[in-house]
Design a protein around this ligand. Sequence first.
Ligand SMILES: Cc1c2[nH]c(c1CCC(=O)O)Cc1[nH]c(c(CCC(=O)O)c1C)Cc1[nH]c(c(CCC(=O)O)c1C)Cc1[nH]c(c(CCC(=O)O)c1C)C2
Length: 383
Amino acid sequence: MGLKKNLTSVTFRLIKSLSAGRLQSTDLHTMGQHDFPELKNDRLLKAAKGEAVDKIPVWIMRQAGRYLPEFREFRSKHDFFKICQTPELACEITLQPIDRFPELDASIIFSDILVIPQALGMTVEMRPGVGPVLPEPLVSPEDLARLKFPVDVSKELSYVMEAITLTRHKLRGRVPLIGFSGAPWTLMGYMIEGGGSKTMSKSKKWLYEHPAESKKLLSILTSVVSDYLVGQAKAGAQLLQVFESNAEYLGPELFNEFALPCIRDISEKVKRELGDDKVPMTIFAKGAHYSLEELAQSGYEVVGIDWTVDPSLARLKVGSNVTLQGNLDPCALYADNEQLAQRTHQMVDKFGKQRYIANLGHGIYPDMDPAKVEVFLKAIHSH
Ligand SMILES: Cc1c2[nH]c(c1CCC(=O)O)Cc1[nH]c(c(CCC(=O)O)c1C)Cc1[nH]c(c(CCC(=O)O)c1C)Cc1[nH]c(c(CCC(=O)O)c1C)C2
């Protein structure tokens, strides 16, 4: 019933976009919610569920981005968040790497983790050469009153759901579409620091000085992130990845007390809400090598690991019930082709072919030569 209502409202908004001239009439014909094109490449989903695959599935974190000349050209004409908020633009960028690299086994919707602070009423700007900036960060617990909560994500972030539905159609079943969200601790960090930080000391100060208020903020974020992921799956996302990119600033004690409970709650809430329409979920907690055992037990089918973790040790820690994803050093793509292929093969040897999704150990760097991506992808598939 809830699903039906949500789908109807997504379709309604697509029709509104059409009448506002934002979509072509041909788009609408293919927009029936229950007739997404048949998926032709299901390696990613099979590997996530632990089923055997013909080739190892591979995709790249930040695969749509500044290392692609077609992205830079597009970005010179459009504001970053304008792209995120305009379904046709987000869809076009999402498809760029898929059109360029036929070896990719997944697409990831073009957006950013910081759309959640925006939905909570905070201003986020993308400054050239700097990255995201939140000019009015949360300074003290009284600032929690500034957040617009509860949030109706199906309204505030409807543009992401629309972009997902449109992209599922435009992909024509070539590869599955991944939806994503930042995890609560990582989002809390940006909301307090006002942008990226080398230490996260302001947000860690909250954890030590205001533990109850920190938990309140984290619980608000857990609720919004869960609704957001449910909405993405209902709109057509076939796998959901949660980015806990700032886990590296916490040790096991703070991580287990503040971050991990939210990560667990999210998988539980999302799976409960989606019921029979569940999709596989991935947790990528960058730098959380100290918590791999716990992460493997936190309700996600896939655990992503960064490049500092040895794949064989990771497998020993997580056991055989989850799929591992990762983890070539993004800088290994600066190596010459031969060395890059060799290092890629060595990585696969350590992971093994079962329950494995190949990726980099973090996002690709903006100055990377796209030709190196092809070497990496081919090395995975030829293994
Ligand atoms: C998954 C994703 C993200 N951002 C973007 C995507 C697009 C989809 C894809 O992977 O192709 C586009 C995405 N997001 C951004 C860009 C570049 C901006 C531009 O074009 O000007 C792109 C292509 C901007 C951005 N957005 C963010 C940063 C990091 C800032 C910092 O901490 O110092 C930056 C630089 C925040 C952010 N955003 C994201 C994360 C989690 C992943 C990670 O750890 O890298 C984080 C931490 C997630």
